[in-house]
Design a protein around this ligand. Structure first.
Ligand code: GUN
Ligand code: ZN
Length: 646
């Protein structure tokens, strides 16, 4: 069972429950040799870093002494690790030697017998670029073995969880098919397989496309493991694409070759040895100078280098988790992909999948949107804004520019005379920013340098298309000169109700205010909007200070419910949950029976029963797809419940 705690991009900090042992994701499973004598790094060192490791059941199976011991004392005692042990199946050996001396069924049974926590099917890792017929044939066999394994688990009531690997070589439609078929079998974890050769040859764009095409067809409530990905430079991008688990043999393999991992790439000890100190402050690098390490004898050097490699591997994962919690994962990805042009190429391909990625990206983040280059123009926040611009019911529009010396938000620093005109300010990142909504995240909460002309050109096409869209709708469009000149000629004016109408339209897609009379409350210190009241001074909405979204009160929620048609913004819960929600308790995923699929994470939503009676209101933690698929964890953090009599 898996639940989401924090999220950003497609990445999530989750809790994975493996038969009562809880693991926080995203995380890395160090690869450990099943033979304690062959472990490069002592298991006590590993234990301090992680709650989950991966080892090989096939090596255990074919080595007589290991097999007998594993069958007798179990894999945990054999290795000396009592937390979660995942095993691979021999597929890697199958891929390398073309053959293994065990049947798919035997290796599944063996993994259960030796007490592993998560076993793996004997999938066929089809290499890149093979003939499509070969990839299809291999995939059919992997799917057959997958069915066999799941049936075996069910028949014999196996306790271990099962990995169902996605194959399909470099054929995206085969990866999609593999994901769809494997999803039907209800595996516990979905590894994405056979990407090692692609990563070794820096074909990161293909890896990214394989991940997305698999993700799009997998259930959102199951963790995804990127098989064989242990280089920390790839983690940020892979997590942002929704990978939850990684395994690292890299920490040993690189150490054997005297290579030193960093989050930006690999260095050789040979190159480093003339530096006074290492570019890292882990306990290893603080203790040795590069020269000292270089001069150690091979075996010891290997172990010590492997320990550094593990430290940076975990450090990068911790940094990624921090970024998820902070809402700055895209910023971290944009830093990391600049470490290698092939990574940048992989990042650039995401543009083609933004329609999918955007559905998972939170509508608000704790940190501002930082522009780090043209790629930022295609981020989900920008994509979403351009879609949501079309939600506003424009009648008459002024297109204008604002001079650089006027500070954002414009709606707080400029005064507009008209009460019924939309002013669209041309913007090099967001295309257009409507004057009345420009306090909303990220329209004011972004930082960017002065863009080059060629970067500004990128939005020209969108701007033209948007004008066409307006004209087709019969909207009157006028171009006016830079707004500050225009402003100077007019006086102060209040158009609050029009502004609130627009903010709500942008946030929810509907006219919520209609002809209702409203008032606003402003901050005495800053003059900024704080609350929206009805005629009788009851609070309808609060303006949340960091993102300026309109957060409904009970009356506000009722107003939303009256003016937004079912099923939009609705989360439908079962009868059992109804009294709890009315009391103001949270909505857990297991109570959700239906919902608006277009709900985005952290949007304000309405909780209703099957008759669309309003039960409560709150913040969606899951998006509309996840709400239907998850069965554990929080779905909506409820702000307030609505009693029957109200
Ligand atoms: N380790 C690296 N790649 C793979 C793969 O495709 N399948 C399995 N089972 N293990 C792997
Ligand atoms: Zn170090």
């Amino acid at each position: 069972m898996f639940e989401i705690k924090y999220r950003d991009a497609l990445g999530r900090i989750g809790i994975l429950d493996i038969n009562g042992k809880k693991i926080e994701t995203p995380t890395i499973m160090p690869v450990i040799h099943p033979n304690p004598k062959k472990q490069v790094v002592p298991i006590d060192f590993i234990k301090k870093l992680t709650d989950i490791i991966i080892t090989n059941s096939y090596i255990t199976y074919i080595t007589k002494s290991l097999r007998e011991l594993a069958l007798k004392v179990g894999i945990h005692k054999l290795i000396g690790f009592d937390k979660v042990i995942v095993t691979d199946s021999g597929s890697f050996q199958l891929g390398t030697y073309g053959d293994v001396k065990v049947s798919p069924r035997e290796i599944i049974e063996f993994q259960e017998k030796i007490g592993v926590d998560v076993g793996t099917i004997l999938d066929i890792p089809t290499p890149p670029d093979v003939e499509k017929e070969k990839a299809e044939k291999d995939l059919e066999e992997t799917l057959r073995r997958a069915k066999e394994a799941i049936e075996l688990k069910r028949e014999k009531n196996f306790k271990m969880l099962l990995n169902g690997t996605i194959q399909g070589s470099t054929y995206l439609e085969l990866r999609q098919r593999a994901a769809r078929e494997m999803a039907k079998l209800n595996f516990d974890i979905y590894p994405i397989g056979a990407v090692v050769p692609l990563m070794e040859s820096y074909r990161f764009k293909e890896v990214a496309e394989i991940i997305i095409n698999s993700k799009m067809n997998l259930p959102t409530n199951k963790p995804v493991h990127l098989f064989g990905c242990g280089h920390p430079m790839l983690f940020a991008l892979a997590v942002a694409l929704g990978c939850d688990l990684f395994d690292s043999a890299a920490y040993i393999l690189y150490a054997k070759d005297d290579r030193y991992l960093t989050e930006r790439g690999t260095l050789s000890l040979e190159e480093l040895k003339d530096l006074k100190s290492f570019p890292c402050s882990c306990p290893i690098c603080s203790q040795y100078t590069p020269k000292e390490l270089y001069q150690l004898e091979k075996k010891e050097r290997e172990r010590i280098l492997a320990e550094h490699n593990l430290y940076v591997t975990f450090e990068e994962m911790n940094r990624i988790k921090e970024a998820i919690k902070n809402g700055s994962l895209w910023e971290l990805v944009e830093e990391r992909v600049r470490a290698h042009p092939k990574l940048l190429e992989a990042y650039r391909v995401l543009k083609n999948y933004m329609y999918y990625i955007e559905r998972f990206d939170p509508v608000i983040k704790k940190t501002a949107f930082f522009y780090s280059g043209v790629e930022s123009l295609f981020r989900p926040e920008v994509y979403r804004h351009k879609k949501r611009l079309k939600r506003i019911k424009y009648e008459k529009v002024y297109i204008t520019t604002v001079s650089k010396d006027i500070e954002r938000p414009y709606s707080e620093n400029l005064n507009v005379k008209e009460t019924d005109v939309d002013i669209l300010i041309k913007h090099p990142i967001f295309g257009y920013i409507p004057y009345y909504i420009d306090t909303i995240y990220p329209l004011s909460q972004h930082e960017a340098p002065e863009l080059y002309d060629f970067e500004k050109e990128i939005n020209k096409k969108f701007q033209e298309e948007f004008l066409e869209f307006l004209k087709k709708k019969g909207v009157k469009v006028l171009n006016i000169v830079e707004y500050n000149y225009y402003i100077n000629s007019i006086g102060k004016f209040n158009s609050d109700s029009f502004r609130i109408k627009r903010m709500l339209e942008y946030q929810y897609g509907y006219d919520i205010i209609k002809d209702k009379k409203i008032k606003v409350v402003r901050s005495k210190n800053t003059g900024r909007l704080r609350q929206v009241l009805d005629e009788n001074d009851n609070i309808l909405f609060s303006v949340r200070s960091h993102d300026n979204l309109l957060i409904p009160s009970k009356l506000g929620a009722k107003l939303l419910w009256e003016n937004i048609p079912f099923p939009k913004y609705r989360v439908v819960v079962n009868k059992e949950a109804e009294p709890f929600i009315r009391e103001g308790r949270n909505v857990f995923a297991k109570f959700v029976i239906d919902c608006d699929e277009d709900i985005r994470p952290y949007e304000e939503v309405l909780v209703v029963n099957e008759d669309d009676d309003l039960l409560g209101y709150g913040t969606a933690i899951l998006n509309g797809i996840e709400m239907k698929e998850f069965s554990t964890g929080l779905a909506v953090k409820v702000r307030g419940g609505i009693k029957c009599v109200e």
